[in-house]
Ligand binder design. Sequence first.
Ligand code: DP6
Length: 345
Amino acid sequence: MLNPMITARSTPNIALIKYWGNRHDAYRLPAADSCSITLDTPSVEVTVEHSPVFKLQSFLPDGTEKVLKEKDTARIEEHLRLTKEFLAKRNLPDAIPESVSIVIRSAIPPAIGIASSAAVFSALATAYSALASVNRALPLSDRDATIIARLGSGSAARSIFGGFVALKNKKDHEENKDIDSAYAEQIAPANHWALHDIIIVPTMEEKKVGSTEGHHLAQTSPMFQKRIEAITVLRQQECIDAILKKDFEALQQVTEEDCWDMHNVMQTQTPPLQYLNDETYRITEEIEDLRAQQHLPVLYTMDAGPTVHLFCEEEALDAIRAYAHAQKNCTIFEAKVGQGAIIKE
Ligand code: DP6
């Protein structure tokens, strides 16, 4: 078996229709479809090679080595096991080595409310796919890479592609809980629509309850089932149509509706999860006012944290940048639409 050293690079993505809740926890099969924009920055690089024993090292943006928690290492080991289970289903049982050494180099500042797991697992999946393709003449498809990424972090499936991406359940998903019954697909490439993400981070504190734990309890919310139906019947398609037509107003309405709906589910599950803080509520209200007064093409969305993502078109960029930089005690980042995961030559 050939065992080259492979490095892949990837970036986070921000969901417009959010993934919250699973229909199968261990395989991270989402209860509903979702869709997102892949960002062009900040990036993560993951290097994988054969090793007689499993090894994992992770480096922070300043180059210092991160002290890994036992649960982080266990998650990556479990992901390797699941990747092998998936490859065995593809009749490629030993396409990747028994054990590997993994080095993660992240340029994502810790705890800024941009999930690094999406970038890490999409880069890792890209590296595993390349490794499997080197070992077997039959290359894995991009869709296979999205499935491998999903096994580590549901939202990571979407960062395999650049641009605008959907995470989809197979049509027969109500009966089908197979490991490969959800995958990501590109809706439109990065150059389809020049959107900007101005990111306002009110606190750099690390969140107490991660998304993985939160997903497991989503179904305890009395609002969960209704949200899944709304996405399945209407919202996901409305979002895809708005992207394809570059209809900003439609995109804004469906994105904000789904964002609040997800946070309502989070806040009513048992135990409740409150990821937003006073700053989040203040900023979103002010953006609504600004939009009404100046007719700016800007929308907001928040994931599992108080960080506000302000997506806007070029014409609103100066005003939104000025607004963001006027926020006291907040850290500001900027990103554009990115290209997704790649192998570094
Ligand atoms: C709120 O399970 O992908 O960001 O546990 O960090 O891997 P990690 O997250 P994941 O859940 C993401 C939840 C979300 C919404 C979304 O990105 O769709």
